[in-house]
Design a protein around this ligand. Sequence first.
Ligand SMILES: [Zn+2]
Length: 76
Amino acid sequence: MFTKRRVLIVLTALVLVIAAAANAFASTYVGNAHTHKFHYEWCRYVDRMNDSNKVYFEDREDAIDQGYVPCKVCQP
Ligand SMILES: [Zn+2]
């Protein structure tokens, strides 16, 4: 049965899922401005990276165009 309340709950859930998906696709890669290598966000080198050296990329072509080299560990 579709009550107004249920429709509202479904719409809210849908918005949250879309927002989460959009967030997952944005800035998937993290470059190191010091070494000019780029990584997946989950790479252990990103954890060690100084925040001031972090450069975020939405796709790997962007990183390569800007002279960044893929990490040999996480292979983005
Ligand atoms: Zn890496």
